[in-house]
Ligand binder design. Structure first.
Ligand code: ADP
Length: 478
């Protein structure tokens, strides 16, 4: 039976491997290939940042916009890194090097509200047929930067195409002053509690949650948490109101990019049947980071944004426990200046036992995944989390807090260590358990093997997205 191809337009502000600041890019970059195997053709609309324009191949102009918020713009259709892209090229909005959201002073660009309103406005007009011969059945917006897509659809005329809004992190909501409204090109009556208004401001994510046909988030447990007052960050009432139109679909990881059997960034390749090769990666990592070389010290890896969400401010107090247990720490992260300074200091104080690399480094991330015994993720909240999925694939035991997607993907005592209380005592107790486990090689290896057997690919999530799209577009599920 041949399957009918369903056309989906994804809208996102970052996409791996072209522009990435976090898990959002990983998801947006990996889903199209996985969905392709489900008979869904995904084209992704992204801003024309310099890195995107430089990578774009075989591009042709498919739309010309003489004035998009103060300057000319074009939409280019092309491909990069195997992805089908529509690129919104508008030099006055996007041709700025480096981080997609921050200027050279490390602060948000002052015109971010306009930069991402433009992205959403163009997405909606494409959804309504602005490009001849391209009519997506579903628009899929990711995070607040694309949140106004549903608003431009809803207020742009009758019978808009179906839309999905995916929340990758409810903490980032895109709130802007109400005075912006006249510039957005939305009607005045959009500024209502059941439109784009949010606590007297314009809420980009709120608009998406309110006006999209369906809302997803990246794990079932996070979908429950954000409907509670404790986890809802002011949006729980709306999310409860949306009822069955809110659901959780777990993220996967790109199992080609994250494959210990073929990973050229690590010292020794291995799979579950050649686990004896894995320790060479630990030795290489210890050597690279200036840690004492040897197989016995339980080595804890951390790869993370450094922010309150991630719970890493608890680590300094727990570190003596780790060191007393003979452990080592390999941290890679960037973020809040205070945390960066605290970790630099710890590394200075405990040379040969603690290494903290401040910055963003894909290669080192792979080497930490392959070389560590445990991967620590003590998040206070975690929509899904990707690093624990990579750890499972690399036979590195995840040690995680019982929140969001971490709770959904790590089984305590079976594939990892899961702890309840995200505080100093909770983290210290989890460290004790991990160190004891490492001293019991049979039990430790069982967790490693069970973790490596877990399916962390996009196969099942892509099926769930495909079924959702088909339901929204009125197609029968496959
Ligand atoms: P979040 O999106 O909240 O930052 P996730 O766990 O969902 O967290 O995704 C983080 C992604 O970014 C993972 O692919 C992880 O490997 C990567 N990452 C985070 N920090 C760094 C870093 N300093 N260097 C390299 N990769 C990093």
């Amino acid at each position: 039976m041949t399957r009918k191809t369903l056309e989906v337009l994804a809208v996102a502000s970052e996409i791996y491997p072209l522009v990435k600041t976090g898990g959002l890019a990983d998801v947006v970059g990996a889903l199209p290939a996985a969905l392709g195997r489900q008979g869904v053709a995904v084209t992704t609309l992204v801003p024309g940042y310099p890195a995107v324009l430089a990578a774009l191949e075989k591009s042709q102009t498919v739309l010309v916009i003489p004035d998009l918020f103060g300057g000319p713009a074009t939409v280019l259709r092309g491909a990069a890194a195997g992805l089908d892209l529509l690129v919104l090229s508008a030099s006055h909005l996007y041709e700025r090097p480096g981080n997609p959201y921050l200027g050279p002073d490390g602060r948000d660009w002052p015109d971010n509200a306009i930069r991402f309103a433009a992205l959403a406005a163009i997405a909606a007009s494409i959804g309504r047929g602005a490009i001849r011969s391209y009519r997506p059945a579903v628009l899929h917006a990711h995070d607040w930067q694309s949140g106004l897509t549903a608003a431009y659809l809803a207020y742009g005329g009758p019978q808009p195409p179906a839309s999905v809004m995916t929340v990758h992190n409810l903490a980032f909501q895109g709130q802007f002053p109400a005075s912006l409204l006249p510039r957005l090109g939305l009607p005045d009556n959009a500024f209502r509690f059941d439109g784009i208004e949010h606590h007297g401001m314009i809420g980009y994510l709120k608009a998406g949650l309110q006006l999209s046909t369906h809302v997803t988030t990246v794990s079932p447990t996070y979908a429950d948490e954000i409907r509670t007052e404790q986890g809802g960050m002011g949006l729980d009432g709306l999310l409860r109101y949306r009822g069955d139109a809110v659901s959780g679909i777990l993220n996967g990881i790109d199992t080609e990019v994250w494959n210990p059997a073929s990973d050229t960034l690590i010292t020794a390749r291995y799979d579950v049947s050649t686990l004896k090769e894995k320790p060479a990666n630990k030795t290489a990592l210890q050597a690279r980071l200036g840690l004492t070389i040897g197989p016995d010290a339980p080595l804890f890896g951390i790869i993370s944004r450094l922010s309150w969400q991630k719970g890493l401010d608890l680590l300094p107090a727990a570190l003596p426990r780790l060191i007393a247990g003979g452990g080592q720490l390999a941290l890679l992260g960037a973020g809040e200046a205070e945390l960066e300074a605290a970790f630099r200091k710890l590394a200075d104080e405990h040379k040969s036992k603690v290494s903290c690399t401040i910055g963003y480094d894909e290669t080192l991330a792979h080497q930490i995944q392959a070389g560590s015994d445990f991967l620590m993720v003590p998040s206070r909240f975690e929509p899904c989390g990707l690093t624990q999925l990579c750890a499972l694939r690399y036979g590195t035991v995840p040690m995680v807090s019982k929140v969001g997607g971490l709770a959904d993907t790590v089984a305590d005592g079976h594939t990892g260590i899961v702890f309840d209380a995200v505080n100093e005592a909770g983290l210290a107790a989890a460290l004790d358990r991990a160190i004891a486990l490492h001293h019991t090689p049979r039990a430790f290896k069982a967790l490693v093997r069970q973790g490596m057997a877990q399916d962390v690919s996009w196969d099942a999530p892509a099926k769930a997205y495909a079924n959702l799209y088909r339901a929204l577009a009125g197609h029968a599920p496959q």
